[in-house]
Design a binder for this molecule. Structure first.
Ligand SMILES: Cc1cc2nc3c(=O)[nH]c(=O)nc-3n(C[C@H](O)[C@H](O)[C@H](O)COP(=O)(O)OP(=O)(O)OC[C@H]3O[C@@H](n4cnc5c(N)ncnc54)[C@H](O)[C@@H]3O)c2cc1C
Length: 428
């Protein structure tokens, strides 16, 4: 029986495993102590509870992701308001509002004061068309305007989706996201996120599914090299051991771009991969009791902020969790200062709708800074992304940094795993 060896137990590797298991024997090699890579949950000793390395938001348009969740039986593990509603707060203006997208393609929401972005002009919708028409070298900033639609929706949407400063970010990559989301209407834009944790939704059920179908996941197994002979991978180096591959065996490399450069790069003439990255900061505050709020925030479970450092705040029981994207710009900031400033932003945005007052001083907090959260979604970096197929007949590439057409996202990572097993001819 064909044996598929998958290097890397992040979402790309697990997606490849899930697509092929049942048709082939599967082994996943993960160098870390647990699978999940950049989308994982763990017990944080200082806070005394489980947290995610970073908040992850999905939209109903993420078809490959929902398919994956269906295959592993975890489609009910996500939560969200069930409708395309987004509560927002402008910290500079001291103004809160709720964006309520209309379900269909026609942007009827833009005609209603109760549903649209306060201060926006209808003519600003033309910016979306400009982004959709942008050439491969255009940056997002050159497409945006100066009005409130830009400030209060397009900028924060683009920074979160691309995780890159907008004067450098690729308009074409943003267009790819818009085509699959906003352009299809609210039906494609319902927000979803894990009810419990990233691992509980995306990782643990996948591992259980692989185990049920006799697959194997080996954690603590770092693959340090490939043996190539006759245009095929014939062995994988793991410590002192070389794992031999049979003539029917295949390999999916689903490691991050910097690892792929050293692991597969030397065997693939002309290989290129993104080499510039952006960080994401998450700050998790642990409150003495669950934070309860009134109104739409209670229903949505999160709020988007503009005009400060914090961009998204998620209410997760006793944890208030904040995301800051394109965070290389905060590299020199002292963590205690960030914790205090972001807490004051949370108090301003959430304080007025919190059922119990939020403490004045920041509660115990953990900052998680993922330095290489995503590749920098610039036109130049986008050009460095390789296809899944390689010149080595039994090797394919996966990972959110491969040429998925999307920026670095869960959806891109999951699609890349599927593409890799298709490129090997294992799945049609
Ligand atoms: C803080 C943060 C917030 C994010 N927010 C969002 C969001 O809101 N929405 C969204 O869609 N996406 C978001 N993303 C992006 C998303 O998490 C990633 O795109 C996705 O998880 C990447 O998966 P991957 O499998 O391609 O890579 P990885 O998750 O990096 O997986 C690669 C795996 O390979 C393993 N590995 C490395 N070297 C070896 C080796 N030599 N041998 C064996 N194994 C090896 C690693 O340990 C890792 O587990 C966010 C990312 C971060 C960090």
């Amino acid at each position: 029986m064909t044996h598929v060896h998958i290097i890397g137990g992040g979402l790309a590797g697990l997606s490849a495993a899930i697509d092929v298991i049942g048709r082939a024997r599967v082994t996943v090699y993960e160098s870390g102590p647990a699978c999940g890579g950049r989308a994982r949950s763990y017990f944080d000793k200082a806070l005394g509870c489980r947290i995610d390395n970073g908040n992850h938001l999905l939209l109903s348009a993420n078809k490959a992701t929902f398919r994956y969740l269906g295959l592993i039986g975890a489609e009910k593990s996500l939560t969200g308001p069930g409708t395309p509603v987004f509560p927002w707060y402008d910290l500079e203006a001291g103004l809160g509002w709720t964006l309520r997208l209309s379900r269909g393609r026609l942007p009827l929401w833009a005609l209603s004061r109760r549903r649209h972005v306060p201060g926006m002009r209808l003519s600003e919708l033309g910016i979306l068309a400009k982004i959709l028409r942008a050439g491969p070298d255009a940056t997002v900033e050159t497409c945006l305007g100066r009005g409130m639609l830009t400030r209060r929706l397009l900028e924060p949407f683009a920074v979160s989706a691309l995780n890159t400063p907008l004067d450098q970010a690729s308009a074409a990559l943003l267009a790819a996201i818009i085509r699959e989301t906003l352009a299809l209407g609210g039906e494609a834009c319902c927000p979803w996120y894990p009810a419990e944790g990233l691992s509980e939704s995306f990782i643990d059920p996948a591992i259980a599914h692989i185990a049920r179908l006799q697959g194997e996941v080996r954690c603590g197994a770092r693959i340090s090299g490939l043996d190539i002979s006759g245009g095929r991978v014939v062995g994988l180096k793991n410590g002192d051991e070389t794992i031999p591959l049979g003539p029917e065996d295949h390999v999916v490399s689903a490691v991050p771009a910097p690892v792929a450069r050293t692991l597969v790069g030397p065997h693939l003439p002309g290989f290129s991969a993104p080499d510039e990255f952006e960080s994401i900061i998450n700050v998790h505050y642990r409150l003495p009791e669950p934070v309860e709020t009134r109104g739409v925030l209670d229903r949505a479970g999160f709020v988007g902020l503009v005009g400060g450092i914090a961009e998204w705040v998620y209410l997760k029981g006793e944890i208030l969790s904040v995301t800051v994207s394109a965070a290389n710009r905060y590299a020199g900031h002292a963590h205690p200062d960030l914790i205090a400033t972001i807490w004051s932003e949370i108090r301003r945005a959430i304080g007025p709708v919190a059922i119990r007052p939020l403490p004045e001083a920041a509660p115990p907090a953990r900052i998680v800074c993922e330095k290489r959260a995503t590749f920098a979604a610039t036109p130049a970096q986008d050009r460095l992304r390789p296809d899944a197929r390689t010149d080595i007949s039994n090797l394919a590439l996966a990972g959110d940094w491969t040429a998925t057409g999307l920026p670095s996202t869960i959806e891109g990572a999951i699609r890349s795993g599927s593409e890799a097993v298709k490129a090997l001819g294992l799945v049609s």
